[in-house]
Write a protein that binds this ligand. Structure first.
Ligand code: ADP
Length: 271
């Protein structure tokens, strides 16, 4: 059996997906990016191979993508995260209907990608200047409330009444605003819901510039947060499609592109 890997070296997390010849996901691995991209990426790959028992030489082709893609020398090629994300979302669209809009929120950026009827990229928009619509905003919120980022979703769902409005347009000011809301006796749950709606409003504004078309696919690490998904549904006035493991879509896209690249070189699976 031949294997193909996609490694997405994001601003916050490294994600690797290993697929087989039939495009099945064999295994995936996630670890923090940290400041040593190359070393941490190699360790993430070694951990993935160790748990599957697959040898590095059985990985026929590897594509790197994401923020740190150019720094990872082990990959055979690199591709942009827009291309890889679209490839991953397209793969999932078979089960989730015809995806036309992808909303990806990462650790330090957010993006919207429009696909045409054939699944090709038609247009995209990116916000990498402002942390307020990104995972970093969620991490700051969790830190200030003394909880883990994975708890935000459940706490949001326990919020009662209308979510608080978080008006600051910058993470630094939002941090002071959150501390002020806590000091005024507001519950964590209502603050969290307010943060989620503020992120959702921001990304929906970005998406609105391109024109949102159904179906809308929502991925990236923050899409694991059920509260944020609920806020996105409300702000978009439709149900977004969230894949089972939303953080790995771009790495999966990389693995699928690696498989295509291998085949396009005239290689065969069963030679
Ligand atoms: P990048 O590709 O830019 O590194 P990711 O798509 O990996 O970003 O997303 C990282 C973000 O995902 C973190 O900033 C954090 O907000 C969020 N995140 C990570 N783990 C979880 C989790 N278990 N539940 C909810 N959100 C999470």
């Amino acid at each position: 059996m031949k294997y193909f890997a996609g490694i997405d070296i994001g601003s916050t997390a490294i994600k690797i997906v290993l697929i087989d010849e039939s495009k099945n996901i064999v295994a995936h691995q996630t670890s923090p990016t940290g400041s040593h991209f190359q070393r941490n990426s190699l360790e993430c790959l070694a951990a993935l191979l160790a748990k599957t028992g697959i040898k590095k030489e059985d990985v026929e082709y590897m594509i790197s993508t994401g923020y740190g893609r150019k720094l990872f020398k082990e990959a055979d090629e690199s591709t942009s995260e827009i291309t890889a994300n679209a490839a991953g979302a397209r793969h999932f669209s078979t089960n989730n209907g015809n995806v036309k809009t992808i909303i990806n929120i990462g650790g330090q950026d957010s993006k919207v990608i429009l696909l045409d009827n054939d699944g090709h990229i038609k247009n995209f928009a990116m916000n990498d200047k402002c942390a307020a619509g990104t995972g970093r905003f969620l991490e700051m919120t969790a830190r200030n409330l003394g909880i883990e980022v994975d708890d935000l979703g459940d706490l949001h769902l326990k919020a009662k009444g209308i979510p608080l409005s978080i008006n600051s347009t910058c993470t630094v000011f939002a941090e002071s605003e959150i501390i002020g809301l806590l000091a005024n006796g507001h519950e964590k749950e209502e603050i969290i819901a307010g943060v989620h709606y503020s992120i959702a409003k921001r990304i929906v504004r970005l998406a609105g510039r391109l024109g949102v078309e159904d179906r809308v696919f929502f991925d990236g690490g923050p899409a694991m947060n059920k509260g944020l998904v609920a806020a996105m549904d409300d702000e978009l006035m439709r149900n977004v499609v969230v894949p089972e493991i939303p953080q790995i879509t771009t790495a999966l896209g990389g693995a699928l592109i690696a498989r295509d690249a291998f085949l396009s070189k005239g290689e065969k699976f069963y030679a």
